[in-house]
Ligand binder design. Structure first.
Ligand SMILES: [Zn+2]
Length: 119
């Protein structure tokens, strides 16, 4: 059972530490509990697939020439299932304008959803 208190931004990346690039311009969301970010993106991408790209939760690659947009699938699920959830992330939380921004520490946030998967 997980207790969701917020959603966190997630950017898929390719390349390594010094030549990393966004995999595409979409910024996804993952469920956030007070102890981690279990499960796939809320639009359903399994980020733990060992053949999949790397990813960054909360931060990521931004700056001149880097395009970023809210994933429409994640945005729709966030509004449908997690409308009360704030969005956590230092780099891309502002892309999700229908949600308020989460504080850096999510330990004292109210639970917005309780789910049985990804325990
Ligand atoms: Zn998504």
């Amino acid at each position: 059972m997980i207790r969701v208190v917020a959603l966190a931004t997630l950017q898929f990346t390719s390349g390594g530490l010094f030549d990393g690039r966004p995999a595409d311009k979409r910024i996804h969301l993952v469920r956030m509990t007070d102890s981690g970010t279990p499960g796939p993106t809320i639009c359903g991408i399994d980020r733990f697939d060992k053949n999949g790209p790397g990813w960054s939760v909360g931060g990521g690659i931004s700056g001149p020439g880097i395009e970023a947009m809210a994933c429409p699938g994640c945005e729709a699920v966030a509004q449908r299932d997690y409308s009360a959830a704030p969005v956590w992330g230092s780099t891309f939380a502002d892309l999700f304008r229908k949600h308020r921004k989460a504080p850096h520490s999510v330990r004292n946030l109210p639970v917005v959803a309780t789910e049985g998967q990804w325990a």
